[in-house]
Design a protein around this ligand. Sequence first.
Ligand SMILES: Cc1cc2nc3c(=O)[nH]c(=O)nc-3n(C[C@H](O)[C@H](O)[C@H](O)COP(=O)(O)OP(=O)(O)OC[C@H]3O[C@@H](n4cnc5c(N)ncnc54)[C@H](O)[C@@H]3O)c2cc1C
Length: 395
Amino acid sequence: MSTNAAEERAILYDVIIVGAGPAGISTALYLLRFAPHLVGRTLVLEKAQHPRPKPCAGGLLPDVDRVLEELGLDLSEVPHEDARWSYFEYQGKGTPIRPVGSPFAFHVVRREEFDAWLVRKARERGIVIQEGTRVRRVIPRPDEVEVVTSRGSYRARVVVGADGAHSVVRHAIAREYRAGLARAVLIMAPPRPGASPHKEDEAFFEFSCISEGVPGYIWDFPSHLQGRPMRCWGIYDSAAVPGKSRRQIREYLAEELAQHGYRLEDYALDGAAIHRFDVRNPFSASRILLVGDAAGVDGLFGEGIGPALGYGRIAARAIAGAFERGDFSFTDYRERVLQSEMGKVLSRRALLARLIYRLRSPVLQRLIWRRLSFLVQWAVQTLLVDWAKRELGGR
Ligand SMILES: Cc1cc2nc3c(=O)[nH]c(=O)nc-3n(C[C@H](O)[C@H](O)[C@H](O)COP(=O)(O)OP(=O)(O)OC[C@H]3O[C@@H](n4cnc5c(N)ncnc54)[C@H](O)[C@@H]3O)c2cc1C
């Protein structure tokens, strides 16, 4: 062990953030804004090396633009597509949707590019991110937290768990944390003429699978790979209600793809879990906070990037307040999350996931996505998006 490494570990950091995904980097960047004096003693620990692969369709709603704008970041620096409309459909018929006043439904990024860009921006602002360091265990003590890693132990006054759906930090908060895990798998395929009834700059969400026992949807987004236009196809299984097995879900995606001229076996299938938000969870313990997938994100559509960025803002404010008061109990963090506009949207989506995905009857599903499409449009636009517009103001 080098003397430097040993000295580093003897430091009592103010804040250690575990995970350099969107939630961890957002927390660090907002700390720089709300409590800049803490950043000199803040350390981000990341097990991987950016640019690291992350199975994700990369859809960014306009909420993300608002957060990035507040952080002084410009998404035009990252390759992305704009999906002009999202079509929400049942058996090929439904309704186009996008947030009110927005010229597009969402952007699409490649996560390895987006996340590496966030990390670069954070480093340029002086945030120390140590990659190749896997956190194995977090041990809370009365005056500090010990962070046991693949490179030895570190000490911090506050630890933020931004370590994704299978969070290690979460274990230190509560044994009984409700870790409802949704699943999503995807492929990247070249566009095929006539494969989709929609235009190349449009996205679709097809909800027919609900009636087949998959409580979720199949998606098709515009995307890119190494500078070439691609389509990102995938299936989201909220697992909010009991449904099909993992293998059956893959088979279902294969059937859908075959209808559009693709053979699933010709493409690399990638997937991961998404940890669903649950209002009953604590989100924090003394000296420890959770953000992003570690805390829980959207169970209805599996949207996690915007919420990950939103959690960072709430956590950084809570940390700034804790150091001001010298009170690290974080007993108010749960309320801060639930009372935030983002928390309200996540709560509504969790409720809707349990409701809508339970209704397997094709008659009811047709009614929802076709006859009541005006209601779907209204609900999405007024209840389920734009939390950042309400929270941060702006356009
Ligand atoms: C197939 C799929 C498609 C998706 N599509 C979308 C989409 O289109 N739009 C959207 O908004 N969301 C989507 N999501 C959800 C989204 O990817 C996640 O919710 C989002 O990545 C959460 O961000 P995060 O920063 O909380 O966690 P992550 O992005 O998972 O980052 C966690 C970081 O912590 C690191 N880490 C983990 N464990 C440790 C450890 N023990 N020690 C140190 N470091 C650690 C990881 O390497 C990683 O860098 C999708 C998910 C999947 C699986």
